[in-house]
Design a protein. Sequence first.
Length: 168
Amino acid sequence: MTVLRRVDGEWRAKLMHAFQVHVRAERHVLDDYAHFMERTTDPGIRFLIEQILCDERRHHELFIALANDSWASSNSEAPKIPVPHPTPSEAAELLEATSEFLAIERDDREQLRWLRREVSAAGSESLWPVVLEVMETDTAKHIRLLHELRTRLRHAAARDAGTEENTT
C-alpha cells in the first residue's frame, strides 16, 4: 500500500532536521577518517582511506545541499540541487548525447567487469580487483543518473511534440 505524504511545513521541518543531524554526524566521521589516516604512513592504507574520504566529503556536501534546499524550499532561495527544466528544444538536442553517454557507460561497465575477472589472478598482492569493483559501482551510479536525465529530457521533449500537435 502506498502512503501519500502531504508536503507541508511540518514535513519540511522534519526533513531539514534529519538532514542537519546527518551533516553534524558526518562531520565527525570525516574528522575520524582523517585522524585514522594520520595514524599510518602505509601508502596502501592511506590510498584506501583517501578513496573513502573523497566520497564522504562529496556526500557531506550533498547533505548540506539537501539541508539547505529543505530550508530554501520554504523561502525564496534557489535550490542547491536544482531539478532540470530544459526547454523542449534543448531537451531534444541533448537526448542523443545522453543516449551516447549511456552507451559509453554500459561499455565501460562491461570492460570493468572483464578487467576485474582478469586481475583477480593477482590475488591479495594487488588492490586492482577492489579498485575495479569500486569503479564498477561508480559506473552503475553514472548509468542511474543518465537514466534519470534521459527520462526528464524525454518528458521535456514530449512537451514540444504536444505543443506542435496542438498548433497543427
